[in-house]
Design a protein around this ligand. Structure first.
Ligand SMILES: *Cc1c(COP(=O)(O)O)cnc(C)c1O
Length: 224
C-alpha cells in the first residue's frame, strides 16, 4: 500500500496550529515507506518492536528521532539505549531502573514518558494513579533518566464519549503533575495521546504528541 502523503501534509498543517508533535508510527513498514515521509520533512518515527527499531535505525538517516512506543521488556533496553530519542511506554520502576543503568553505560540521559492505564481493556499496559505517585517518589535517585511527561492509549471503542473521558482523565493527571515534570526535566512537559482514529479528539483534550500509523502508512499486515 502506498504512503498517504496527502494525509501526511494535511495532518502536518493541522498540527502546526496546535503545537502538537507528530510521531509517524512505522512498525511493520519497510524502510522505503519511512524514507518517503523523511523526504517530506518527517523526523520523528515510532516503533513497537526492539529488533525492528534497531535494524531501521542502523539503515536509515542519523537525524531521525526514534521513539519506542511499544511495551519494553527490561532485558531489551540495552539494544535501544545507545540511540533512542524517547521511550513512551514506561510502566514500572524496575524498567525505569534498567533504563537508568543502560543510560549510564552509554553515558547519556534517556527521555521517558510514564504510561498510564486509561482504557477499559485489561490487555493495555500502564500505571494507575497510585502507582504513578509511587514511581514519582523514586525518580530523584535515577540521574540518567528524564521523565518528560505521560502517555496513554484510549479504548478501541465506538463510544466517543468514553474515549473522550479517558483522554480527559489522562489530561487531568498530566495537569496535576506538570510542575514537577517541568522542574525535573527542564523541558516543556509532554502528553502523548491520540492515534489514527482518535487524534483530533486527543488534541482537543490537550495532547502534545500524537502517534499516527495506519492513516499515514496504510493498514498493517502482521502476517508477512
Ligand atoms: C500502533 C500504535 C499506534 C499507531 O496506531 P494507528 O491506529 O495505526 O495510528 C500508536 N500508539 C501505539 C502505542 C501503538 O502501538
Amino acid at each position: 500500500m502506498p504512503v498517504n502523503t496527502i494525509a501526511y501534509q494535511h495532518i502536518v498543517k493541522e498540527l502546526a496550529n496546535t503545537k502538537t508533535c507528530l510521531v509517524a508510527v512505522s512498525k511493520t513498514k519497510p524502510n522505503e515507506d519511512l524514507m518517503e515521509l523523511y523526504h517530506l520533512g518527517q523526523r520523528d518515527f515510532g516503533e513497537n518492536y526492539v529488533k525492528e527499531l534497531v535494524d531501521k535505525s542502523a539503515a536509515l538517516p542519523k537525524d531521525i528521532r526514534w521513539h519506542f512506543i511499544g511495551h519494553l521488556q527490561s532485558n531489551k533496553v540495552k539494544f535501544i539505549a545507545p540511540f533512542v530519542h524517547l521511550i513512551h511506554g514506561v510502566d514500572s520502576l524496575k524498567l525505569l531502573q534498567e533504563i537508568n543503568k543502560q543510560a549510564i553505560k552509554n553515558n547519556r540521559v534517556i527521555d521517558c514518558l510514564l504510561q498510564i492505564h486509561i482504557a477499559e481493556e485489561e490487555s493495555k499496559f500502564g500505571l494507575d494513579e497510585r502507582e504513578l505517585e509511587e514511581i514519582i517518589t523514586q525518580i530523584d535517585q535515577l540521574f540518567n533518566v528524564r521523565i518528560c511527561g505521560l502517555m496513554g492509549m484510549a479504548s478501541f471503542s465506538e463510544d466517543q464519549m468514553k474515549v473522550r473521558n479517558e483522554f480527559k482523565y489522562l489530561n487531568s493527571l498530566f495537569t496535576k503533575n506538570t510542575s514537577w515534570i517541568l522542574e525535573h526535566s527542564e523541558k516543556e512537559p509532554v502528553l502523548s495521546m491520540g492515534m489514527s482514529g482518535d487524534y483530533a479528539m486527543a488534541i482537543e483534550e490537550g495532547s502534545k504528541m500524537v502517534r499516527i500509523g495506519s492513516l499515514l502508512f496504510g493498514a498493517r499486515n502482521y502476517t508477512n
